[in-house]
Design a protein around this ligand. Structure first.
Ligand SMILES: Cc1cc2nc3c(=O)[nH]c(=O)nc-3n(C[C@H](O)[C@H](O)[C@H](O)COP(=O)(O)OP(=O)(O)OC[C@H]3O[C@@H](n4cnc5c(N)ncnc54)[C@H](O)[C@@H]3O)c2cc1C
Length: 339
């Protein structure tokens, strides 16, 4: 044990006999941090939604459906399926969403973007969803299919707000839109970004789902700014359980989310240790959702990456327990909706 006066060793203080151990003194004089409140068992469990991506192979398909079946028992409010950048997964997104409607008790939501299609084409996709009983769309601008600035498709919807208005003309969809607690990377200013969000909501969106974030205070300040701007719909936090830190930093750089140094430190040296990474990921996500819940947030959207375990654990920590389905797990709901 060090006796050199460094933080971890014993040291001789001014009023201490030589060799006195100072460690307990350091612990009792350190800053005191209030812990997270003990979960209130009377509190209602939060509303959850889960996000999936359309699988690219048979193996990924099997993984997705195992994930769907496990999370189905938690009776989320809805589950959404992403739309590949540049509209590259149009068929796979459609196939996944409609299969969810046909074969599960879940309420599926289809992501839809403005990229690479005319207004008529997008409207046709939306009508097709409505016919298949899909009532919820996550309406997005999307990004350019290759690196470079976004250019609206000639004859297409320019921005997400235009898409929301167009979808509402097609049918009375429940519409979610994207929000950016740290500001969209191409927005000229946080104020302009907030105006964009307000336009989407004024056009008919009933909630926003945020880009992932790790600093809870940034999200809570964003809620204040949304509220002050006259937004009243929920701004649901998007929770990303991090298991692959290298992938996260690449993705965060593209979408303008910041990755705090402490998060990098937590994953340091774990590149070859997937098991420990998953344990660390669970703790990080649990702390984040507990803090948000303690701040009164009671709706969460979890980016599952098509893996159930962390999403299930987050839900469990938040107080959500499996319940039997009430919606028929057959095409009956779909048929009823289209009759
Ligand atoms: C929850 C969530 C889910 C997502 N899912 C997908 C997905 O499935 N597929 C996919 O490809 N991408 C997805 N994205 C990413 C999204 O497509 C990108 O972030 C995209 O760059 C912006 O989309 P948006 O809908 O926020 O765009 P918008 O709300 O249209 O705004 C984006 C930016 O465009 C500019 N802008 C908006 N309106 C105007 C205007 N009238 N005039 C000038 N400039 C304007 C502003 O700079 C604004 O900040 C998702 C993002 C989130 C947060």
């Amino acid at each position: 044990m060090a006796r050199d006066g460094t933080a971890n060793g014993t040291t001789d203080g001014p009023n201490m006999p030589p060799g006195t151990d100072r460690r307990l003194e350091r612990w009792v004089t350190g800053p005191r941090v209030a812990g997270l409140p003990v979960p209130d068992l009377a509190q209602k469990p939060p509303l959850l939604s889960f996000e999936f991506f359309p699988p690219r192979s048979a193996a990924m398909e099997a993984q997705l459906w195992a994930c769907v079946r496990r999370l189905e028992t938690l009776r989320p409010r809805f589950v959404s399926v992403t739309y590949g950048a540049g509209g590259t997964t149009r068929e796979r997104t459609h196939a996944t969403v409609t299969r969810l409607a046909r074969e599960t008790s879940l309420v599926p939501a289809a992501h839809l973007t403005c990229v690479g299609a005319t207004r008529d084409e997008v409207d046709a996709v939306a009508r097709d969803y409505w016919q298949a009983g899909i009532r919820h769309i996550v309406a997005l601008r999307g990004d350019a299919p290759t690196a470079g600035p976004y250019v609206p498709h000639p004859g297409g919807y320019d921005f997400a707000a235009d898409l929301v208005a167009g979808l509402k003309r097609v049918a009375d969809f429940d519409i979610s839109v994207a929000a950016y607690p740290e500001t969209h990377p191409t927005a000229p200013s946080p104020k302009a970004d907030l105006d964009t969000l307000k336009r989407k909501i004024d056009a008919g969106a009933s909630r926003a789902i945020t880009q992932f974030f790790f600093d809870t205070s940034v999200y809570l300040r964003f809620l204040d700014r949304c509220h002050a701007a006259g937004i009243t719909v929920p701004i649901v936090p998007g929770i990303l359980p991090v298991t692959n830190f290298a992938q996260l930093t690449r993705f965060a750089a593209q979408c303008g989310a910041s990755v705090p140094a402490w998060l990098g430190h937590l994953f340091e040296g774990l590149d070859e240790d997937a098991e420990t990474r998953r344990l660390v990921a669970a703790v990080v996500a649990a702390e984040q959702v507990r803090l948000l819940q303690a701040n009164g947030v009671d709706e969460f959207h979890v980016y599952t990456l098509n893996r159930a375990d962390l999403a299930y654990a987050i839900a469990h920590i938040l107080g959500v327990r499996p319940r039997p389905a009430t919606r028929p797990a057959t095409g009956a709901a779909t048929r009823a909706a289209t009759d």
